[in-house]
Each structure stands twice: as C-alpha cells, then as structure tokens.
Design a binder for this molecule. Structure first.
Ligand code: HPA
Length: 246
C-alpha cells in the first residue's frame, strides 16, 4: 500500500528520515531521476511509517545549480504524484532576511518569489492559478500546533534563486525590498509542479544563517548543515503533533 502524504527533506534535514520505519526504499536512479551530488542530499524515496501514519519521504533533491533543467528538478514531485501522493510538505535550508527570524528557527512559507527565471511547466500553455500555492487551511493547522508546542514558527515569503553561489549583500538588500523574508535555492519549482498537479502543498524553511551582509559572519555550507541538523528535532515534534490525526 502506498501513502498520500510526502515530505521532501532539505539540506541537513536528512536525519528526519531516521524516524521512519522503512518499508520500501527507492533510489532516485530507479525512479528515473538524476541523483544529487551535494553533501547533505542523499537521493532516495522512503515509504514507511512515521508519526503513526504511512508516508513517503524524499531524502535529498535535485537542484538547478547542479546543471539540471527545471523539469528534472521537479521530477520527484511527479514521481510521488504517480504513487498517489496528494499532500506534499517541502522543507529547505534558507538564509534569513528579516530581523527577528533568527537562525535555528523555522519559517513556514506563506508565498514565494520564483527568481530562478524558469519553470517545470515550460513548454505548454500551463497558466495555472498561483494565488494560494501553500495551503491556507494546512498552514492554520500548523500554526495552531506550533502554538500549542510553544515552538517559534515564523511565516513569510521565500525567494528561490538558482545559486549555486550565496548572495551578495546588495542582492540581499534587493530581496528585502522585493518582500522576501528568506532566501534559498530550491522549493519553488517543486511547489509549482505540485500545484499544477493539484496537490495540497506546505513549505518550511529552516533558517540556517543570516543573509549575506546582515551579520559579521561569513556563509559556509558546513554551518548551514549543522544548524539544519539541530533544528530538525523541532520540526519532527511539530509534524508528529500536526499529522497525528490526519
Ligand atoms: N542563501 C541561499 N541559499 C541558502 C542560504 C542563503 O543564505 N542558506 C541556506 N541556503
């Protein structure tokens, strides 16, 4: 039996998969997908039980900055849809652009800016409605659960860029003016694809660092992974409570 819910794990959040009692494992290659070569991105689908329910976990993802096309970046979402998944939780690591949204905390996506300059829907007249990509009822449920757990859960706009380099301080200031609260290099294309397939979508950014120029510290991938790993347990707790009764 398959499952109708899936969680995509971002950089450093792979440990969330440790909580899954694995029933089936499908490497990306067996699903016809390219594998990611980036540290912190394993590249497999797991079907199993977690939080008392059956779910799919996509551990690792494919990025534009590795040279893949937008259509391929979203291949995992199409594969999950083929397995019967209709509810998708996307997680990522992101830089914070907003005072008060501190590294180590989580931001739930209220909306996004697709600044990658591309789309997995290219090639056809796919004029889909993007006015509510991230499900409002699902967000409300998460907000309530976070409050009960006394877990800080911010909400804001995620800017998705191509990367692979981190931003310059001038780019960070530009993103702030554009209305972004966090910046990363994933999620937007997957969310777009999921929306086009009629899925209910939710997104969470683990804020792993301040955007360039907003603090004295430089940016470093190892630091991003480390902060992601320590924040993963908070997200586990939230999902456990929020998904427990469907
Ligand atoms: N910028 C872009 N992507 C990121 C960042 C960042 O500061 N942190 C983690 N992923």
């Amino acid at each position: 039996m398959s499952a109708n819910i899936a969680i995509v794990l971002g950089s450093g959040l792979g440990s969330l998969a440790d909580a899954v009692t694995i029933e089936r494992e499908v490497p990306f290659a067996d699903a016809g997908m390219p594998s990611s070569k980036v540290a912190g991105h394993a590249g497999r689908f797991l079907l199993g039980e977690c939080f008392g329910l059956k779910l799919w976990v996509m551990q690792g993802r494919v990025h534009l900055y590795e040279g893949h096309a937008a259509y391929d970046v979203a291949a995992g979402v199409r594969w999950l849809a083929g397995q019967g998944v209709s509810r998708l939780i996307l997680t990522n690591a992101a830089g914070s652009l907003r005072t008060g949204f501190s590294p180590g905390e989580w931001m739930m996506l209220s909306d996004h800016l697709n600044l990658t300059g591309t789309s997995p829907l290219e090639g056809g007249a796919n004029f889909i409605d993007m006015s509510e990509v991230y499900s409002l009822p699902w967000r409300e449920r998460m907000r309530d659960c976070a409050r009960k757990l006394m877990m800080p859960l911010h909400e804001g706009v995620y800017a998705g860029l191509r990367g692979p380099q981190y931003e310059t301080p001038a780019e960070i200031r530009m993103l702030q003016v554009m209305g972004a609260d966090a910046v990363g290099m994933s999620t937007v294309l997957e969310a777009l694809q999921a929306k086009a397939l009629g899925m209910e979508v939710l997104g969470f950014s683990c804020l792993t660092n301040w955007g360039a120029g907003l603090s004295d510290a430089g940016l470093d991938h190892a630091e991003v992974l480390h902060t992601g790993q320590s924040a993963a347990s908070q997200m586990m707790r939230l999902l456990e409570v929020a998904l427990a009764d469907g």
